[in-house]
Design a protein around this ligand. Sequence first.
Ligand code: PRX
Length: 648
Amino acid sequence: MSDQLSTLLSEERRFPPSPAFASEAVATQALYDQAAADPLAFWEAEAKRLDWSTPWDSVLEWELPHAKWFSGGQLNVSANCVDRHLAGARRNQAALIWEGEPGDTRTLTYWQLYQEVTRAANALLALGVKRGDRVAIYLPMIPEAAIAMLACTRIGAVHSVVFGGFSAESLRDRINDAQAVCCITADGGYRRGQILSLKRLADEALAGCPSIHSCLVVHRGQGIDPTACPMKEGRDHWWHRSLEAQAPDCEPAAMEAEELLFILYTSGTTGKPKGIVHTTGGYLTQAAATTRHVFDLKDGDVFWCTADIGWVTGHSYVVYGPLANGATVFMYEGAPDWPARDRFWSLCAKHGVTIFYTAPTAIRAFMKWGIEHPAKHDLSRLRLLGSVGEPINPEAWIWYHLHIGRERCPIVDTWWQTETGGIMITPLPGVVTTKPGSATIPFPGMDIELVDTTGTPVARGGGFLTIKSPWPGMLRTIYGDDARYYETYWSRFPGRYFAGDGAKIDADGYWWILGRVDDVLNVAGHRIGTMEVESALVDHPAVAEAAVVGKAHDLKGQAIAAFVTLKEGFTPSPSMRDELREHVAVKIGAIAKPDDILFAADLPKTRSGKIMRRLLRDVAEGRALGDTTTLADPGVVAKLKAEYESLE
Ligand code: PRX
């Protein structure tokens, strides 16, 4: 981390907003001034941009760690994202432009989206889904993913979207934790030319999910044979048939501001993912406000956030933020290198994308693939670029600026988390001078502070990123485990939310996010807990003990290195290594497969038996070993180091 920090901080380049961009920008300095003078009035003004059926009585009620925003107010998310855009010219404007990986396309105007959402909402009601019920969504990146989410919000059902790359077991655990009553999936989705049958995985999961009473199955089309998809009598229903039978009209449920909107599972420091709970009014206020101000949203923009709907970025910046603002969203189903490495740029040119938001890991892959791919395409409509998910190294930032932004487009590097619901630290593109690698300064109204190990504020220098005051989009709890909510986020530094990230503030007051300081990995922008991977490994009958650490990786940011001791009677071999990697894919999903597995006779432990992960990280990253004096047997780690080196 310190190497990375010194590279970051030696970055001297400055990119002020161009006068042309600044003069037309949605957000101006006044926003910072207003929020600084009265943060609650600032958020109240942002909330007023939404449609409420009943106004709130109080902006904020705060009793640590529980916040209530806009208490007494009522609104409906789908009405805000769809209905309110039907009155004027937006009615016939594209809400969603979608392209499938094979090249099939669909466009839904706001009016068409309204019809789909209301039909889907009626279909859910017809299946017996009620307000407050949980609905699991396990879909590829197709328009139905957004439609399904919005349909849930229309009737007050709580969605739990599960990333299509997660395994059947992961889906099952999430469904059972939330006690979901309905699952929405598809008979297939395209990824690198292959068809992934999500329904097959869902069937496997649902066999162990007694709370599910119905399953809606979207027919993906495009060469996928629906007769090949087994349908379970009484439980499974084709989405298109169910929607056909319904009227395109459904009264939106008037939801309390603090009623549950969605649960989204994310990794923490234990083996069990946490169900992050977001509620209605505050979340939508922050998603809408940040989309408008950070992405400088204007009429005519085509907004492409490349995140999958299975992650929080897909929730806030593919669906809720842009649609609440009446924007045109572009959505793509497949891989960036299919059928060729210029696919993203050909999509930008073809669909006239003006705002493009992606992750550093993708930018580093584009760099490796070469500038000829973007160079072939007309990217002149692009006017703003964004980055999210992990620290962006200055080299990648500059490459993005030169070869995608063609030196014209501001870059917004946005720091936030599943838990924060929306962007927290970011430049406002018409106001803030950017520095490659820095997320710059907190969004207006955000009370973020760096502290040292004792919780004392640090004005300049390094420390832990904490949030001092509640913010509208903050998580409200962990589903079914409020004690864990307090313990995880509010206990380390009393009175503050602790994000789990380390950061540094430079002489100009700019924030440089350094990454996680807990046992959470960030692998290609995906958040994975070391304990989850360890639990998956020890679940294999051959494994006695496993320790997992992250190691720096050029493209992915971090890669997973696992140290495994086998039980008596099992021998290390390349096939055992493959079997273990496959086992992790089955337990969690392919994204969690370890890159390296080292079979070890012993793991380095303290005399009290605690595995010293710090030393394992030294081994995995090929560094000189740190202090080994507290080890029960210092010989163990030297041996591991020699073995690891021969592995590579
Ligand atoms: O470590 C930070 C990193 O991603 C973590 C949150 O992951 P997740 O909940 O999956 O949400 C990702 C998308 C919002 C953070 O704790 N992170 C996110 N954005 C940045 C970042 N690190 C550095 N710079 C960022 N812009």
